[in-house]
Write a protein that binds this ligand. Sequence first.
Ligand SMILES: NC(=O)c1ccc[n+]([C@@H]2O[C@H](COP(=O)([O-])OP(=O)(O)OC[C@H]3O[C@@H](n4cnc5c(N)ncnc54)[C@H](O)[C@@H]3O)[C@@H](O)[C@H]2O)c1
Ligand SMILES: O=c1ccn([C@@H]2O[C@H](COP(=O)(O)OP(=O)(O)O[C@H]3O[C@H](CO)[C@@H](O)[C@H](O)[C@H]3O)[C@@H](O)[C@H]2O)c(=O)[nH]1
Length: 452
Amino acid sequence: MKVTVFGIGYVGLVQAAVLAEVGHQVLCVDVNALRVENLKQGIIPIYEPGLTPLVEKHFASGYLNFTTDAAAGVQHGDVQFIAVGTPPDEDGSADLQYVLAVATTIANHMETAKVIIDKSTVPVGTADRVKARIAEVLKARNVVLEFDVVSNPEFLKEGAAVSDCMRPDRIIVGTYDDRPHDLMRELYEPFNRNHDKLIFMDVRSAELTKYAANCMLATKISFMNEMANLAEMLGADIEAVRKGIGSDPRIGYHFIYPGCGYGGSCFPKDVQALIRSSEQLGYTPKILQAVEAVNDKQKYKLPSLVQQHFGNELAGKTIALWGLSFKPNTDDMREASSRVLMETLWQAGAKVQAYDPEAMEETQRIYGVRDDLTLVGTKEAALKGAAALVICTEWQQFRAPDFDLIKAQLQHPVIFDGRNLFEPRRLEARGFTYYAIGRGETVAKAASKQVL
Ligand SMILES: NC(=O)c1ccc[n+]([C@@H]2O[C@H](COP(=O)([O-])OP(=O)(O)OC[C@H]3O[C@@H](n4cnc5c(N)ncnc54)[C@H](O)[C@@H]3O)[C@@H](O)[C@H]2O)c1
Ligand SMILES: O=c1ccn([C@@H]2O[C@H](COP(=O)(O)OP(=O)(O)O[C@H]3O[C@H](CO)[C@@H](O)[C@H](O)[C@H]3O)[C@@H](O)[C@H]2O)c(=O)[nH]1
């Protein structure tokens, strides 16, 4: 099938590469000319495991191509994906300007019937707006053409985006009527061989399904972070509690890891957008408000522990930081907890010496060159001369470090672990002061022997 994808970001590029892999002929359109040019030279704008070889393979095979020419894009595809950003507006609601701009572009250049598929995460009612915008432009052009608007939200996770798209758990398809069903089945048939993953519904339900999924996952995390904070005060260990509750199949082990707060381009923005949508309807979404408030506070957990530990002595100290990206296997720094940590430490006059396997270039792009930030090439180099180590992201390579080396390199054997990677007793036995999340006994002990 001929497919056009508007927007070559995380979602658009991965979706396009995966569709090309199964044999669809995919043309990607983006307004970012540099991005398009780079892709044609084999320079991939994001780090995502497995993506580069797939893009290279299908650019070479001719199944995947890139352009800034919107008219050519509209002409190419029977289906037109909208996969552009929906960033938060000033008040936190989703900014739909890019989605509606693509709708306008499609309508301006349409010469034959098209199915327009919205992949971006958009508030309920957006498909109506896309449909109305296309109808309005076609009317102004004095052209009569059939078109369908479909809501087909994306559920990929960064860091596992290619495999998530190759093997989706479900494919949500929201339509106004049955007309686009066959075409949607044909488009996704290669992903549907094992069992039927397509779930058809009306467009509004499809749009809400995306927000409900992200908000449910964010709720699980904030709930666990709240339990972690309670465990700390009660002298319990959240890691034991996590395993204890996860063993109930009704709860399950997924997405109940406490930590230094959720980040990324989706959970913070989508929870906020659903709160705004609710408020616009005069409804107060109390659970969502709490999920957001708990997370905002949780991001200050590590900086507060560091500040508490060093007290007035923090200014002028260098803190080693392992992990900058909002989660492992990505270079994405959007809403990363590491940013709150670094910014709070800088405000307190401390310096940061950081290492991340993929996100250092992005960190440099965001913060530029500054005296209080040193980015180093290895996790070991980050430790040299630092007063303590903070871990914000659970990259595999941080999970079994050489503790003797850490102790030798740090000025003080102190670790602040935002991802509960280590066994507290083992670290204590090695002479470390170990702060983690929700590990009551450990935190209490650590707090009682603050060392400078
Ligand atoms: N990142 C994720 O993990 C993820 C997962 C599921 C859903 N989503 C949703 O998918 C959407 C896209 O997210 P993303 O992370 O891929 O965004 P992104 O910012 O990485 O990429 C968006 C791309 O769209 C391009 N663009 C903007 N206006 C355009 C236009 N008029 N025509 C063509 N291209 C245009 C931009 O130049 C950019 O390359 C958002 O709604 C997001 O919430 C994201
Ligand atoms: O038990 C957990 C699981 C995750 N996180 C944090 O939650 C954030 C988001 O993680 P994850 O969901 O793995 O990454 P995303 O790439 O943001 O993916 C989410 O957001 C996407 C965009 O909407 C959706 O498509 C995905 O289904 C949804 O998982 C990260 O900061 C994680 O560290 C936790 O703190 N505890």
